[in-house]
Design a protein around this ligand. Structure first.
Ligand code: SF4
Ligand code: SF4
Length: 249
């Protein structure tokens, strides 16, 4: 039955197909089809807009128009079919660039690690996931659950020679620059990360320059907004690449 009601509208010109809105919709009303988010059936969308805040492109809005009425029973039946045939969530950009494609590539068992060819262990990267930029990591990324976070200033990654051996191994790295990036956006991102995941520990690494000190504050503010309280171990790297200071905030 068609009625006048609220329903979401997706602006295809803004949508880049990142897929962040898909898990936000508990009704399963949004799927990525041909590189764009689409409402699979009007009757699955309740029009409450839980997906709105998840869209980094501002592509989703709520409109009032004549549409098929929301049907909770149809949603229930549809979700059961989804459980049986889970839909892949497309994490790459519409252009095919894998910059947002979530990946975990640490060996899963100690045996797999021990059996890695020598050629792959010499100078081996300790990175265990992708992406690594704060901006590109969605709060629902599977590698964030039970993670030991390494929140790293961009410059520290280049300056500190022992980064891979001493800091990166076993940690989930999130890189950014508090001088050039959007700090309020990052505080919101960390708030969502702390809300949605049980984070084990946080290590923040900054450069000695004053503008970099905003990095651990972003983390602390996000944590406080999420109502979580974890100590943040802060390391300060000198501009010559030496470890200058270590303290717990
Ligand atoms: S979150 Fe926004 S940009 Fe990403 S797929 Fe959904 S509508 Fe498109
Ligand atoms: S704040 Fe300055 S030192 Fe820190 S990552 Fe940005 S540019 Fe580098």
């Amino acid at each position: 039955m068609k009625v006048l009601r609220k329903i979401i509208e997706i602006d295809e010109t803004l949508c880049d197909g990142c897929g962040q809105c898909v898990p936000a919709c508990e009704e399963g009303a949004i799927q990525i089809i041909d590189g764009k988010a689409r409402v699979v059936a009007e009757k699955y969308c309740d029009g409450l807009g839980a997906c709105l805040g998840e869209c980094p492109q501002g592509a989703i809005s709520i409109v009032e128009r004549v549409a098929e009425d929301f049907d909770p029973e149809a949603v229930e039946a549809y979700l059961e079919t989804l459980d049986q045939h889970p839909q892949p969530v497309r994490q790459t950009l519409a252009c095919g660039c894998p910059s947002t494609h979530l990946q975990t590539f640490e060996p899963k068992t100690s045996c797999q690690a021990a059996n890695q060819p020598q050629s792959q262990t010499a100078g081996h990267s300790a990175l265990g996931h992708w992406p690594i930029q704060i901006k590109l990591i969605p709060p629902h990324a599977p590698f964030l659950q039970q993670a030991d976070l390494l929140v790293l200033a961009d410059c520290a990654a280049v300056a500190y020679a022992a980064l891979h051996q001493e800091l990166l191994k076993g940690r989930v790295v999130m890189m950014g620059c508090p001088k050039f990036d959007d700090v309020p956006e990052y505080v919101e991102k960390f708030t969502e990360i702390f809300r949605k995941n049980d984070i084990n520990s946080v290590t923040a690494v900054t450069m000695e320059v004053p503008c970099c000190s905003g990095l651990p504050m972003m983390v602390k503010n996000g944590m406080a907004a999420a109502g979580k309280k974890l100590p943040v171990t802060m390391l300060v790297i000198g501009t010559n690449g030496t470890l200058m200071k270590k303290e717990v905030l």
